[in-house]
Design a protein around this ligand. Structure first.
Ligand code: GLA
Length: 542
């Protein structure tokens, strides 16, 4: 009996494997990095077959996404035409095939009139292939008639027409919703963070230009570092089911094994969708082992929906990234010690930096080894271009007391209108005099250009001391709003370019609190951070 149970358990586990939650970042494969616009039916079917036969589907990679390269203009009734030489049986039959393998099928379009391929990859069939003026007709065709489950919407035509991003992506989202399908995963591909409005419109959004997909070129690794840097302070905009998309992966396409592991580790801890870009029919055992590492994937798929923060950075290529796992106030942390330099380096982390009290256990997610329990810190040698990716479980979690402005919600960050970033809106800028070497700047001067600390968590309701660190250009002011209660902070003065502090007593609720700083009619000082004595009620433990 016992034996039967065990066998049944193993069979079930083997079949279902890592089950992807709708709230976790999407996992799959897309055709662009490997094949560009040179795709056809047999290539897509071959990749679908390989996704299943290699075990990738079991590891969690479920979406098989067809990217650019199939457009062929429109029929007289406005319906989209597909290149029938490349796809002789049409899209319905291909989606059915993908579904028959237990996979989900992804599609690609454009917010403007003309596709990227028509502009950049010699695909004249993409002229008038975009959704512009065809939102509902296309959404009905993609999701109701053909049965696709995912849509990436590019912006090459939109940019030429100077369309308004928010208007276009919102209209497309509405058309998707109108189909009655509630399970469609929607990706906006505007190649930069398009403004905080996107966080409720799309399930994921590209925040960078295309990853460099020339196998083995030096630019490939640099491009990966560049995307990580662009995503450094975008954590406040990620949430359950809504993620910053760092572009399709280049694992197995010319990087060293060490770089491949770093690339995947960073995409995982930064909660990007994991969309493979390699040829699944010709994968090395090493590539397969890297992309199917269940412990690393679990960091990405954690349903808390948090994206890692940069906890420390020596400014010369050594970085510590971390995020809580299994709940915002948990005792578990995923950590990446990232060595971007050209030589191996001993790197450390302290439990204090992770808001944990020790002792804490450490597990290496690449070697799959428990490294033991340590009192206050951990040190290891990290290879050049490599990572140590770890799970740390502390004896106790400490409440976060320091909230850096670079990790707060900046409401108008990168606000785009009519294909341009609106100037004079809040953003993070580097400042060596500020903690974390960064601050939020260009705040205020309009009502919606505010900064908000959304995760001020208190275990006990009561009065706390809030210390605001800022840099003022003369005599500026801001309204501090704590859970809807306003206090005007007048005469915020500092010496030129030098952080100053002011303290205010604030009333916090038990649980989550929101602290906003705003000024609808004048510029606010730059904000470095806020700090609250949130652990003051904590009972002392030995
Ligand atoms: C843009 C996108 C890419 C890819 C190509 C296809 O460059 O950013 O990811 O979809 O278009 O033409």
């Amino acid at each position: 009996m016992k034996k039967t149970l065990l066998v049944t358990f193993l069979a079930l586990y083997g079949l279902s494997g890592f089950s992807q939650s709708a709230k976790s970042p999407l996992m799959g494969w897309a055709s662009w990095n490997q094949f560009g616009a040179k795709i056809d039916e047999s290539i897509i079917k071959g990749q679908a077959d390989a996704m299943v036969s290699t075990g990738l589907a079991t590891a969690g990679y479920k979406y098989l996404n067809i990217d650019d390269g199939f457009f062929n203009g429109r029929n007289a009734d406005g319906s989209l035409k597909i290149d029938s030489i490349k796809f002789p049986k049409g899209m319905k039959s291909l989606v059915d095939y993908i579904h028959s393998k237990g996979l989900k099928a992804g599609f690609y379009s454009e917010a403007g009139e003309n596709t990227c391929g028509s502009q950049w990859s010699g695909q004249p069939g993409g002229v008038n292939g975009g959704m512009y003026n065809h939102d509902q007709q296309d959404a009905d065709l993609f999701f109701k008639t053909w049965g696709f489950d995912f849509l990436k919407v590019d912006y090459c035509g939109g940019l030429v027409q100077k369309l308004d991003e928010r208007t276009r992506y919102t209209a497309i989202k509405k058309a998707i919703d109108n189909t009655g399908r509630t399970d469609i995963n929607f990706n906006a591909c505007r190649w930069q963070f398009p403004g905080t409005w996107i966080t409720t419109v799309a399930d994921s959004w590209r925040m960078s230009n295309d990853i460099n997909f020339i196998p083995g070129s030096k630019a490939q690794w640099k491009s990966i570092l560049g995307i990580i840097d662009l995503n450094k302070y975008l954590a406040p905009y990620a949430s359950q089911g809504h993620y910053n998309d760092m572009d399709m992966l280049e694992v197995g396409r010319g990087l060293t094994a060490e770089e491949d592991k770093s690339h995947l580790s960073m995409w995982c801890i930064l909660s990007s969708p994991l969309v493979l870009g390699n040829d699944l029919t010709k994968m090395s055992a090493e590539t397969k082992e890297i992309i199917t590492n269940a412990e690393v994937i679990a960091v990405n798929q954690d349903t808390t929906g948090l994206q890692a923060h940069l906890i420390s950075d020596n400014g010369a290529g050594l970085q510590l990234w971390a995020k809580p796992l299994n709940g915002k106030q948990s005792k578990e942390r995923a950590v990446v010690l990232f060595n971007r330099t050209e030589a191996p380096v001993a790197m450390s982390m302290k439990w204090k930096e992770l808001n944990l009290a020790g002792p804490a256990t450490v597990r290496d997610l690449w070697s799959h080894k428990d490294l033991g329990s340590m009192d206050s810190m951990y040190t290891t040698t990290v290879p050049s271009h490599g990572v140590a990716m770890l799970k740390v479980v502390g004896k106790q979690a400490k409440l976060q007391e320091v909230f850096e402005a670079e990790y707060a919600w900046i409401n108008n960050f990168n606000l785009t209108q009519n294909s341009e970033v609106v100037s004079g809106q809040g953003r993070v800028i580097a400042d060596a005099k500020c903690s974390g070497r960064a601050k939020a700047s260009w705040l205020g001067n309009r009502a919606d250009n505010y900064i908000e600390f959304r995760d001020v968590y208190a275990n006990v309701a009561g009065n706390y001391t809030l210390t605001l660190t800022y840099i003022s250009a003369g005599n500026q002011q801001a309204t501090l709003t704590v859970n809807g209660v306003d206090t005007l902070l007048k005469e915020l003065k500092s010496k030129p370019l030098t952080p100053a502090t002011t303290t205010i007593s604030v009333q916090l609720n038990k649980g989550n609190n929101t602290v906003r700083l705003s000024n609808a009619s004048g510029w606010m000082p730059d904000i470095d951070k806020i700090q609250l004595d949130l652990n003051k009620f904590e009972k002392k433990t030995k």
